[in-house]
Design a protein around this ligand. Structure first.
Ligand SMILES: [Zn+2]
Ligand SMILES: [Zn+2]
Length: 322
């Protein structure tokens, strides 16, 4: 073979490696919407999935967040259940973004907000699909997204209709729970649903009506995300739930303490995307900064913004990787 031909082949192989060799990333954004939930998932093949849209007052926050993160179309919209702190903000989202498919629970909940939501999804031209446990959402062949709840259609509580979805990418997985409660957790355990996940979105903003010991045992996460507003009137998160998480050595990340939380998966492991505004903690004598419940952190911890910690010469802890 001629030298020039060899050169071309080498360049071609290098290009192929650069295009296909590097593992594409999955991003999961837990958007700080105050008291409520809004989660944006950007898949390896650049599809956008939005789970809930926060309360109505956070509509603009969600719309701007999506714009800032290059979302032009929402491929899949999941409205976990009709409560205002989950679907209120979706009214603004539906006004701005084209939506390809909407998944929502079959429930007659006649608030004005839910009525508007149904009217707007109808007008949007999106494919409307009523959820069911066992449904697989086909959006990106690189990931698997499956619904594990709700099982039945005759609950009294609106929260019991919450869609619970499990997302798997390579060896990493995320569980999204909406406001599901213990009755649904028991049903999923009874069904032997595959609940294990590295990251758990703690159900119902850390309320004691969810996150039973048996459920946490089955999910067995490393990271728990709680989406909630500072000083909310419900007393969320409840201490008993925090205690259960901490006893299991689960790292707890809260939107009321950290603001937006972004997790990145390369299919093998999950990391937290550094956010300069987020609060980290240092000690009077240590040289590292930590997440609030890092086991390396002692009692006399001092909170400061991540960017300030870096300016002062602290380095991120290798255990909690803030
Ligand atoms: Zn809620
Ligand atoms: Zn709810």
């Amino acid at each position: 073979m001629q030298k020039s031909a060899q050169k071309i082949i080498v360049v071609l192989l290098l290009t192929l490696f650069l295009v296909f060799g590097a593992q594409a990333k999955l991003l999961v954004h837990y958007i700080d919407v105050g008291q409520g939930d809004a989660i944006l998932i950007q898949t390896p093949q650049e599809k956008n999935i939005l789970i809930d849209g926060g309360p109505r007052v956070a509509g603009d926050i969600v719309v701007n967040y999506l714009k800032e993160h290059n979302v032009a179309t929402i491929d899949v919209l999941i409205a976990t259940h009709p409560h205002e702190d989950h679907i209120g903000g979706l009214l603004a989202v539906l006004d701005v973004f084209p939506i390809k498919a909407v998944y929502y629970p079959q429930i007659s909940h006649t608030t004005k907000t839910y009525e508007n939501f149904l009217i707007k999804t109808n007008l949007s031209g999106a494919k409307r699909i009523q959820e069911k446990s066992g449904v697989e959402v086909e959006v990106d062949p690189k990931i698997n997204l499956v619904f594990l709840a709700p099982e039945e259609r005759n609950y009294e509580e609106v929260n019991h209709y919450s869609i619970v979805a499990k997302l798997t990418y390579g060896e990493t997985s995320f569980l999204f729970t909406g406001d599901t409660e213990v009755i649904n957790e028991e049903k999923m355990l009874e069904n032997k649903a595959n609940l294990q996940a590295e990251v758990l979105k703690v159900a119902h903003h850390g309320s004691r009506t969810s996150s039973s010991e048996a459920f946490l045992e089955a999910v067995d996460p490393d990271l728990a995300i709680i989406s909630l507003g500072k000083d909310n009137s419900f007393g969320h998160p409840h201490q008993i739930v925090l205690d259960r998480l901490i006893q299991r050595d689960i790292t707890v990340l809260r939107t009321d303490e950290l603001g937006d939380i972004v997790l990145v998966s390369d299919g093998k492991s999950i990391s937290i995307e550094p956010n300069d505004m987020m609060l980290v903690h240092v000690t009077p004598t240590g040289k590292k900064f930590h997440l609030v419940n890092c086991r390396m952190l002692r009692d006399n911890k001092i909170p400061l913004e991540r960017k300030e910690a870096l300016l002062k010469g602290y380095e991120p802890c290798e255990i909690c990787k803030p």
